[in-house]
Design a protein around this ligand. Sequence first.
Ligand code: AMP
Ligand code: MG
Length: 470
Amino acid sequence: MTLPLHARFTDEMPGFYVDWQTTPVPAPATLKLNEGMCAQLGLPDLSARALIGLDLAPDAHPVALVYAGHQFGGFSPRLGDGRALLLGEINGPDGALLDVALKGSGPTPFSRGADGKAAIGPVLREYLISEAMHALGIPTTRALAAVGTGEMVMRDTGPVPGAVLVRIAASHIRVGTFQYFAARGELDKVQHLADYAIARHYPECAGNYPAFFAAVAKRQAQLVAQWMLVGFVHGVMNTDNMTISGETIDYGPCAFMEEYAPGTVFSSIDRQGRYAYANQPLILGWNLARFAETLLPLFNADESQAVEQATDMLQQVAADYQEAWLAGMREKLGLDGAEEGDQALADDFLALITGADWTICFRSLSAAIDDPSRLRVHLADDGPLEDWLMRWAARRGVDAAERMDRANPVYIPRNERVESALTAAIAGDMTEFEELLQAISAPYEARKGLERFAIQASAGFGQYRTFCGT
Ligand code: AMP
Ligand code: MG
């Protein structure tokens, strides 16, 4: 069977892609199939070849998408899918279209000298982390399958087995897609893209470009707030990695923060800490300013009025972010309603847990209602805990424990566990990968036998570093 694909984007958006195909590989073999998702989407049994677009229905229209982007603040006018393909769309459970795309499917006209391939480790890593994000309730692209290619790819560390990730997304339209056409002065294309994105993701904004911008900004602000609440560090918030749909995309050097430190950076290439944990809300605003620039002519024919409108909307971003973050913190702390002192209560808690494990400290709160030592044992130092506990007790809702346990995960993809599962998987043993996946797929439900996924890294694990060249 082949994937039941539509070719709606390619039909409606000529000029936004180049026709392209998966590069044949010697021995495609499915490493991991997301069976739950296949069932939910009503997909037929799919061979490894069908999953990576080597067997396609005759009317399928695979393409490499064009886009630009600011990478670490510098503008690249032409990035595009250098190792990815959009195979087409399938019907989502709610009737909306979902993109089916590949990562690691071979070089394209946008590869800029790189090999267009992906290695098994990063492919399985994206699988794990994107599924964890989904289970945490955070909008994200999903992993449908990881398919081994049977060929080796060259990386800095030497040759490693190659793989292709099959990814499902609400769409692959990025801030960088708008930037590509805006930078070329192709306003008609910017407008066409905006109309398409509105029809697909924000139908309530039809014909109203400022409303469209504000809606995208709000969704992205909510997204980054959710990242912050679980300690997720994306690691490469370039404008080509920010979706218009508001989904997390592009799991490269990302990782979950364990000990809480606002300056946490994992990516080996982020030397200045541009994309550090605590910088993410600021970068959100910066990226949205780049997005607004592409839409200015659509906001208003009068440039100064358009700029004024954009400036007002950009000022709203910080407020939208803060509101989403505080609403999430109220859940994490079990607070009912909204009160003046909530921000300070949350900020003071963060001060207390600085240097301690973010996930464990929050999860211990439900037990700390009756026994504060259940929190205290995890703190790096005692600080003014008594005072905070008193303020918290006075502010807490009646059903705080249950609410907090629904907002504070037990399981996140802890770096030591992820690395260990990937090392085994690369050597051909998927047992640990499956166990970790099981834990993070129901992150709020503590289960017997999975305790090792809920504890801090062993002392010897050291400082965690992630790499982009995936
Ligand atoms: P990313 O850092 O994954 O967002 O990628 C940034 C740009 O580099 C995109 O245009 C990618 O398609 C491209 N790229 C990343 N890795 C490769 C690779 N191995 N081969 C070709 N292009 C790549
Ligand atoms: Mg990218």
